[in-house]
Design a protein around this ligand. Structure first.
Ligand code: SAM
Ligand code: SF4
Length: 452
């Protein structure tokens, strides 16, 4: 630990957006911890407030302005001076341009500049000036820096950063750069180390994990990575996101054959209409996607499938939308993240004219949500009266006497705390739950046998 002006200062990080951003926040925390700074639960007690931003949709963009200006009315922090920093995708996209509209922000750091966050904050405390750093590529990849894990029993493990796909609606390739895979031995060593110190579950992160290794070896090696991670002793492996065009048969085989790879697959479809998929530059058709789902189900029959769907892409007709509805019905997703298209300046789709009324898009969105709710409910019914191994995360938000955890299919499971046990003794352990109720978004039942 080097002596830093940040030593003893308190910090608070608010994170928007995807898991990659949440993991970046763990890296920022790791760096600040190594300078002796202390994390606190709210911005009011923090000398340093950091917003890790997302620009995938407009709503996240708008929220940042409100959050930054609300810092102005906070009471004075312990050190007497509060430094406000903005990191993540909006910082990368807008850079110094943010300083004009956000007059109380002292530090801006882009997605490739996380390694410099401590020195930027130190400079802001020392000279009272505003500091901006938004490189185009990583001098020091964030994935090689210390990180602060919120829980000891599970971890996010980034295996690659960036994206090469340029889906026509999406800003991510512009703010996260091109695909860059981490060294395979480094990932395996990291996961082996995590398993040794008691982690039981990992989620591998990347915008398109199926193409892991393409930039290193000339061809994807995700299947090999899964097989090697299956031998590390880690008990549960999840991964996200998978692009359908790159999901190879060898990866489906590895998923089916490696016991630690959980029977869950997030496979973003975005639309059920081949016409819209072409405009989205997704590089698969409705038929190819459905064929892929059949092949996955042939090998892993009870797999839980989840997806992302965008409603209201420019020019989407009722006919296109009906194809999305019928695809969702046919697949029977266990879960889906549904989004209303948000125009992102600088992307090719932003140039497509569209006169679809907002009410029509909202109506489609609501109809899609109903279909997803129906399929999620139907999916959960299969687990009624079965015994499900649940990795305990804590208690239910609504009822502290009920434990809450996740099944291998990533379902939320509730059960009353067994007599004589405290939730703190169970967090990070696996309990078997005999399921007696299956609702749309959760299962519940009672604990049988001993925690392990
Ligand atoms: N790389 C991941 C993939 O392709 O599965 C997705 C990453 S992106 C952060 C998460 C989701 O946001 C996308 O799958 C898409 O459904 C949605 N999304 C991206 N751009 C969007 C936009 N302009 N409007 C609405 N939703 C968008
Ligand atoms: Fe965006 Fe497409 Fe890359 Fe996903 S694959 S991050 S949706 S460009």
């Amino acid at each position: 630990m080097h002596t830093s002006i940040l030593s003893g200062k308190t910090y608070f990080i608010r994170t928007f957006g995807c898991q990659m951003n949440m993991h970046d926040s763990e890296r920022v925390s790791g760096l600040l911890d190594s300078c002796g700074a202390l994390e606190v639960a709210g911005p009011e007690d923090a000398d340093i407030v950091i917003f890790m931003t997302c620009c995938v949709r407009e709503a996240a963009d708008t929220r940042l302005y409100g959050q930054c200006s609300s810092c102005k009315s906070l009471p004075a922090p312990p050190s007497g001076r509060r430094v406000v920093a903005v990191g993540g995708c909006i910082a990368q996209r807008d850079g110094a341009g943010l300083l004009t509209n956000l007059d109380n922000v002292d530090v801006i750091f882009g997605t490739h500049s996380i390694a410099h966050v401590a020195e930027l904050l130190e400079d802001a405390f020392t000279d009272g000036e505003r500091h901006v750093r938004c490189e185009e590529t990583d001098a020091q990849p964030a994935t090689s820096m210390p990180w602060h894990r919120a829980e000891s029993y599970r971890a996010w493990v980034p295996i690659m950063t960036g994206c090469n796909n340029f889906c026509s609606y999406c800003i991510v390739p512009y703010v996260r750069g091109r695909e860059k895979s981490r060294d395979m031995d480094e990932i395996v060593d990291e996961v082996t180390g995590l398993a040794r110190v008691g982690a039981r579950e990992i989620t591998l992160l990347g915008q398109n994990v199926n193409s892991y290794g393409r930039d290193l070896f000339g061809a994807p090696r995700f299947a090999e990575l899964l097989r090697r991670l299956g031998d590390t002793g880690i008990e549960r492996i999840f991964f996200t996101s998978s692009h359908p065009k790159d999901l190879l048969p060898e990866t489906i085989d590895a998923m089916a054959e490696v016991p630690a790879v959980m029977p869950q697959l997030h496979l973003a479809v975005q639309s059920g209409s081949s016409r819209i998929l072409k405009l989205m530059n997704r590089r698969y058709t409705r038929e190819q996607y459905l064929d892929l789902i059949d092949r996955v189900r042939d090998r892993i029959p009870d797999i839980a499938l989840s997806t992302d769907i965008i409603v209201g892409f420019p020019g989407e007709t009722e006919e296109d939308f009906l194809e999305t509805l019928s695809l969702a019905e046919r697949v029977g997703y266990a879960q889906a993240f549904t989004f209303i298209y948000s125009r992102r300046e600088g992307t090719p789709a932003a140039r497509i004219a569209d006169d679809t009324p907002r009410e029509v898009i909202l109506d489609r969105f609501n109809r899609l949500v109903k279909v997803i709710e129906g399929s999620a409910y139907a999916f959960n019914q299969h687990d009624l009266e079965t015994v499900v191994p649940v990795l305990v995360e804590g208690t239910s938000k609504k009822d502290a006497t009920k434990l809450l955890g996740k099944s291998p299919k990533n379902q939320t499971v509730h059960a009353p705390l067994p007599e004589g046990l405290r939730v703190d003794d169970l967090v990070g352990r696996i309990v078997d739950v005999k399921v007696d109720t299956a609702r749309t978004w959760y299962l519940s039942g009672s604990v049988v046998g001993q925690p392990r």
